[in-house]
Design a protein around this ligand. Structure first.
Ligand SMILES: [Zn+2]
Length: 115
């Protein structure tokens, strides 16, 4: 049994699913997903004092079949935006976001995620 955190590859206690830091980050993410912009959300995550490289890994490690958390957040924001504009098309999934991110040349206008 591995004691590696699946989100940040850091150490976790063997009885925990994810490490303490990721738990903290995840709570913030869940509470604010879809209501906060990405840069605002990043500020909240950084405000925890958790090292940025850990936050980066937390957000960018791909989760099985779902894309990374960052993809999921981006998909959530995109869907909210589409809803706000009255677009009732198929919801964008984290997987779609991952595809776009990995093939940015295939779409006409893509802005880099804010940093
Ligand atoms: Zn972790």
């Amino acid at each position: 049994m591995s004691s590696e955190c699946p989100l940040c590859q850091g150490k976790r206690r063997f009885w925990q699913n994810i490490c303490k830091d990721c738990k903290t980050l995840f709570k913030i993410l869940q509470a604010n997903m879809g209501t906060m912009g990405l840069s605002q959300l990043m500020d909240e995550l950084i405000a925890t004092g958790i090292p940025k490289d850990k936050i980066y890994r937390f957000l960018n490690t791909p989760q099985e079949g779902q894309g990374s958390l960052l993809d999921q957040v981006t998909a959530g924001l995109t869907n909210n935006l589409a809803e706000g504009m009255g677009v009732k098309e198929k919801q964008m999934t984290a997987e779609d976001v991952r595809r776009i991110r990995e093939n940015p040349h295939k779409i006409v206008s893509t802005k880099p995620l804010d940093n």
